[in-house]
Design a protein around this ligand. Structure first.
Ligand SMILES: Cc1cc2nc3c(=O)[nH]c(=O)nc-3n(C[C@H](O)[C@H](O)[C@H](O)COP(=O)(O)OP(=O)(O)OC[C@H]3O[C@@H](n4cnc5c(N)ncnc54)[C@H](O)[C@@H]3O)c2cc1C
Ligand SMILES: NC(=O)c1ccc[n+]([C@@H]2O[C@H](COP(=O)([O-])OP(=O)(O)OC[C@H]3O[C@@H](n4cnc5c(N)ncnc54)[C@H](OP(=O)(O)O)[C@@H]3O)[C@@H](O)[C@H]2O)c1
Length: 467
């Protein structure tokens, strides 16, 4: 169609996933020079913003302000939000092809990466993904149970998610009660008997995945001392050389911070957070009640592989760490969408510059694009998704220009809305979300908190459409 993407024939794009990536992709499409684009942004949850609402820690409110930029994008008259509408369940690929010229998948990485060691499925062993979603009031996770009566907890992994989990476990109630943490989580954390938190890194301090502001923050908690073992803070020769080479500009400061922690005395705060290095869990061992009681660790040494990456390998030294609550925080993973190619080994949609491929290294699938965590894997901060979405949008627009797009039979906003009404009559529009948002913020104001979240879809519905 020669006049596609003009006011007479707007380019219609469906985007599934309203996290940062979905909003950045929308914004890039609206800003495309000389193209008139209509975007319908879908999410399986009634609420928008993905991990900004359901992942970013409740004590990091400033970061959540990024949603204000997304709200500005949503004001475009060619934008529609369909919350509570799931790709694969409510809407299938064939439906999308009837109503749009192209689709972008920005569904993120919804589950945890496996940690295949014996005992990982024992009671009291959990994925950090679930704990994070629970304390943030994600409707699918609000019923999860975590036994916070345990004194000693192990968190496997030393990425920023592991830091979030440790910090939330270590915070005092006074620190948490001014946040938007889910009410039930606040109540249960108030009763927590957790005293010892162990964060477990398989490589050394120089290779820790957490960022410097995050590890610094752990040293300033009201109710918890931070502890690093001196011998584990020392750099081995391979790491020392690598740090000195300047390949990772953050590494020298990271090592310095950790060595300072190692040199400090504990001040006697009620909780202790110990950051360990060069240890890998090999097995979770059950206690008499059948739940995890001990984490068996093997100590590691580091070596540089053929590609110049510093890796860990086990040495002949085991340690049994008493811990009767375990969170594995070893990364997230995407899940396959019905009828859409998927690369199972990496947990992503196979793609090149955002164009979906029928297999890794295979042929382009017309009309299908992906962006964000489902495209490149679960790494990077919120801002990383902006250039990532731009790459995808550029590919999409170049293909449209070249005539490579779907030719839908009914490309109108009204026809798509009729379909949504039929499949998911209780969907949330952006105006519905704004109503819910206002109620949450008002409830928060009464308690001196940024908001009090609704944590079930039924309660969200009831709040904006009272019977
Ligand atoms: C625990 C945690 C804390 C983080 N904290 C920070 C931080 O403090 N600062 C920072 O800069 N970065 C942080 N990040 C990273 C940041 O959140 C990610 O880079 C970003 O959210 C990825 O964006 P995305 O849009 O690709 O995915 P997501 O944010 O996960 O959004 C995906 C969206 O897709 C929806 N969806 C899934 N499946 C379907 C479907 N089938 N149909 C329709 N919709 C679907 C989901 O409901 C979700 O809304 C954090 C990440 C995690 C995991
Ligand atoms: N405040 C923030 O800005 C913030 C907050 C949360 C998340 N995020 C971002 O979100 C992204 C995801 O964070 P993430 O923490 O989930 O992932 P991540 O940064 O990739 O960290 C994963 C951690 O798990 C470890 N790990 C992986 N497999 C393991 C195994 N088999 N055994 C032991 N340890 C293992 C990794 O160690 P190796 O390095 O040895 O592989 C690493 O320490 C990151 O980019 C992060 O920066 C940002």
């Amino acid at each position: 169609m020669a006049d596609l993407a003009t006011p007479g024939h707007p380019l219609r794009v469906a985007i599934f996933g309203s996290g940062p990536t979905g909003f950045y992709a929308t914004d890039h499409l609206f800003k495309a020079r000389g193209a008139t684009v209509e975007v319908d942004l879908y999410d399986r949850l009634p609420t928008p913003f993905g991990l900004v609402r359901g992942g970013v820690a409740p004590d990091h409110q400033k970061i959540k302000m990024v949603a204000r930029a997304y709200e500005r994008t949503a004001q475009n008259p060619r934008f529609r939000f369909y919350g509570g509408v799931e790709f694969g369940a409510d809407i299938r690929l064939a439906d999308v092809m009837r109503h749009y010229h192209a689709v972008i998948f920005s569904v993120g990485a919804q589950v945890d990466r496996h940690l295949p060691i014996p005992g990982i499925e024992l009671p009291r062993s959990h994925a950090a993904t679930e704990f994070v979603a629970w304390y943030n009031g994600h409707p699918d996770y609000r019923d999860r149970e975590f036994d916070l009566s345990r004194e000693s907890v192990a968190v496997v992994g030393v990425g920023n998610v592991a830091v979030d989990v440790c910090r939330i476990l270590a915070r005092s109630v006074d620190e948490l009660k001014t946040t938007d943490i889910a009410d039930y989580a606040l109540e249960q954390l108030a009763e927590s008997r957790v005293r010892e938190i162990h964060m477990l890194g398989r490589r050394g301090p120089a290779q820790a995945a957490f960022t410097n502001p995050e590890i610094r923050e752990l040293g300033k908690l009201e109710g918890a001392d931070i502890r690093v073992l001196e011998e584990e803070a020392e750099l081995d020769p391979v790491s020392a050389e690598w740090v000195a080479s300047g390949q990772d500009r953050a590494a020298p400061l990271k090592v310095k911070i950790l060595q300072q922690y190692a040199a400090e005395k504990r001040s006697g705060k009620p909780r202790t957070l110990t950051v360990r290095f060069l240890v890998s869990p090999t097995e979770l061992i059950a206690g008499p009640d059948g739940g995890v009681e001990t984490v068996r660790l093997v100590h590691n040494e580091l070596f540089m592989d053929d590609r110049g990456k510093i890796r860990n390998r086990a040495i002949d030294r085991l340690e049994d760490l008493p811990a009767s609550l375990v969170f594995r925080s070893v990364g997230y993973r995407g899940v396959p969408l019905p009828d859409i190619p998927f690369r199972d080994d990496w947990g992503v949609i196979p793609s090149e510059e955002g164009r979906v491929l029928d297999a890794p290294g295979g042929e382009q699938v017309t009309g299908q694009y992906c962006a964000g965590w489902i495209k490149r894997g679960p790494s990077g901060v919120i801002g990383t998704n902006k250039p990532d979405a731009l790459e995808t949008v550029k590919s999409l627009l170049a293909d449209v220009e070249a005539g490579r797009h779907w030719n839908p039979g009914a490309p109108s906003a009204e026809a798509a809305e009729r379909l949504v009404r039929e499949r998911a009559p209780d969907y949330f529009s952006f105006a519905d979300w704004k109503k819910l948002d206002a109620i949450e913020v008002a409830r928060g104001k009464e308690q001196g908190r940024p908001r009090v979240k609704f944590v079930s879809v039924e309660a969200m519905q009831a709040a904006i459409r009272p019977a």
